[in-house]
Design a protein around this ligand. Sequence first.
Ligand code: GUN
Ligand code: ZN
Length: 429
Amino acid sequence: MTSQTLLLGQTLQFTADPFTAGPDAAHHDSAGGVLIEGGHIKAVGHGADLRAAYPQAAITDHGDALLMAGFVDAHVHYPQTGIIASWGKRLIDWLNSYTFPEEMRFADPAYAAEVASRYLDLTLAHGTTTVCSYATIHPASVDAFFTAAQARGQRVVAGKTCMDRNAPDGLRDTAQSAYDDSRALLRKWHGQDRLSYAITPRFSPTSTPDQLDALGALWAEHPDCLMQTHLSEQTDEIAWVRSLYPAARDYLDTYEAHGLLGANGLYGHAIHLEPREKDRLREVGAALVHCPTSNTFIGSGLFDMAGLVAAGQRVGLATDTGGGSSFSMLRTMAAAYEIGQLRGTPLHASQLLWLATIGSARALRLGDRIGNLAPGMEADVIALDLASTPAIAQRSTRAQDIWEAVFPTIMMGDDRAIRATWVSGQRLV
Ligand code: GUN
Ligand code: ZN
C-alpha cells in the first residue's frame, strides 16, 4: 500500500474567490489536517477525524502553524538571482547596466546550473513551490533550470528568453535560431514530469518583428504552451516601443499583430494600459502578472489591481526577481497591499493569499493541479509560522480571526515564517 502522511496544524482552504465572495471564501480549521498519498492530497479535514480515518498514516504535527498551499510565483528571472537589489537605475538602464552583463555569464552551463540550484533552494526556503521563469538566451540555461527543478520534483514553467536586437553582442539570437532553439527545448521538456515550457520573447524592444512573427508561429503550432512577455512597465519603455513599432496601435498591438496575444499569454507588469489594451486582454482571457516589489524598486508605477480584477481580468502575483527586490511571496503580498493603499484600494489578507496561490496558479493555467489544499491537488504545501518573530508574535496574539492572525506575517514575515515546505508530498525544507 502507498504510504500516507498526515500533516496536522491549522488549515486554510479556499472555497471561492475572495474578490467576489469576500473573506468567507476560505475554510479555516484551527485543528485541521492534510492527508497526503502518492504526491497528491487525498483528504483535508478536521485533524481528529483524519487520524481516525487513516490510522496507518505517518503523522507530523505542526502545532499551530498554518498549513496551506505552497506559493506560486508567476513571473521571475532566475538568472537575475545574483544581481537582486542593484542600486539606482530605471528599467532600460537597469537592464543594460546590471541585467544583460549578468545574463551573459549564463553562456557557461556550469554557472547556469549553480544559479538554478541556488535560486530554487532560496525560493523553497521562502515557501514558493512553483515558479514561472525566464531563462537567458542560452538554451543550456533552460536545461539547467529544468534539470534542477526536476531533481526537486517541482512543478515549474520556464522558457528561453529570445532577443535579436537592442541587446549586447553575445546576448542576441536571431528570428530563426529563436524559433529553432525554442522549439527544440519545448519538445525536450514540455510535459516531462512536472515541467512545462513557455515561449518567451523578452519584450518587443528586444525582438524584431521577424522574431515576434517566428515565435507567434511557434505558439500557433503549440497552443497549449504558455507564452510569457513584458507589457507596459515604464513610460520610457512605452515611448521606445512606439518609436520602434510606428504602425502599432499601442504596446499590446506589437504582440497582437505577430500572433502573440492569446488566452495562454502571460503579460508581466501591465501597469500603464490603454483602454483598448485592457479590452483585448480581457476578451482573449490573457493573464496579467502583478510584480509589486519590482514596480516600486525600479520605479515603474502603481498597478490597478482592484480596477482590473473588477473589470474581469485574470491576474497573478509575482516577485519578478531580480527586478523585484525579494524572493519572498510574503514580501510580495505586502508590497501589493501597499500599492493598493496608494491607489485607495487596500487588498484583504484573503485576497493577497488567494493571489499568491490560486490566482497565480490560474494565471499559469495550473489551477486544477496546484494552488489550494483540496483532494486531488498535487501535494505542494507549506507550514506557515504565524509568530515567527517577536514583533509578529506580539501582534498576532491579539487576532480575532485567521485573517488578522495571518496579516502580520504577510506584512512583516520572511523565510523565518516558513517552518516546512513539501513538494509533491516530499518535505524539502
Ligand atoms: N522588461 C524586459 N526585460 C525585463 C526584465 O528582465 N525585468 C523587468 N522588470 N522588466 C523587463
Ligand atoms: Zn520580468
